[in-house]
Write a protein that binds this ligand. Structure first.
Ligand code: SF4
Length: 204
């Protein structure tokens, strides 16, 4: 199996980062803080994610390929693949892409076990759609790879998820284009763990 790394990243002034879909699902105010204001939290999430990603990358390279992925007949495993679409207005780097006899699939790598929530599903679906647009082939499933020993969760990129990616992207673009802090229905438990709490004046 061959490992490829692609790191040619153009700048996208008007394009939304795929990770913003997950953050928007957590709270719709985050795109405003992150994109309109350009705030950078003290302990950026991407640093933690970067460590998780590297740990999992090493696991996949050194350990035996998990059975669920092995069954796909993997032909190539690529890490940190940049994907974008001007048409969609989305860009970002997928953790990994596995090429199989059935077509390519996006992998999200997490060192620590966790639940696959709607935000993670949207993010993986968005990468899958970008992958399809960029390579011109269908990517019907994605995989959440986490923990040690590695657990693999497979899910289908169905039409409902695809529609949600398009509508969520449009909503984020409206917030970013409008430049106005949106209302939030985030409950106190979310705010308590949010890195933007200091900037939300209407929250305890
Ligand atoms: S503190 Fe609460 S309302 Fe403000 S951005 Fe975070 S989750 Fe949203």
């Amino acid at each position: 199996m061959k490992q490829l790394i692609l790191q040619n990243r153009p700048s996208f002034a008007s394009s939304i980062q795929v990770s913003m879909l997950r953050q928007f699902t957590f709270c719709k105010r985050i795109p405003y803080f992150a994109v309109c204001i350009g705030l950078r939290p003290k302990s950026p999430l991407w640093v933690v994610q970067g460590k998780s990603y590297e740990l999992m990358r090493q696991c996949l390279l050194k350990a035996r390929m998990p059975q669920e992925l092995n069954n796909l007949g993997p032909e190539k495993l690529e890490f940190n693949i940049f994907l974008s679409s001007d048409e969609l207005g989305l860009h970002g780097a997928a953790d990994a892409i596995i090429e199989t006899a059935h077509g390519p699939a996006v992998l999200e790598l997490k060192a620590n076990p966790g639940k696959l929530n709607r935000g993670s599903e949207l993010q993986l679906a968005a990468y899958s759609i970008l992958l399809e647009k960029q390579r011109g082939v269908e990517s019907s499933h994605a995989y959440f790879v986490q923990g040690k020993p590695i657990k693999v969760t497979r899910f289908k990129i169905n039409q409902e998820l695809r529609d949600d990616v398009y509508s969520t992207t449009r909503r984020i673009q409206e917030i970013v284009g409008g430049g106005t802090l949106p209302d939030s229905d985030a409950e106190p438990a979310k705010c308590a763990q949010c890195e933007y709490l200091n900037f939300c004046n209407d929250r305890d």
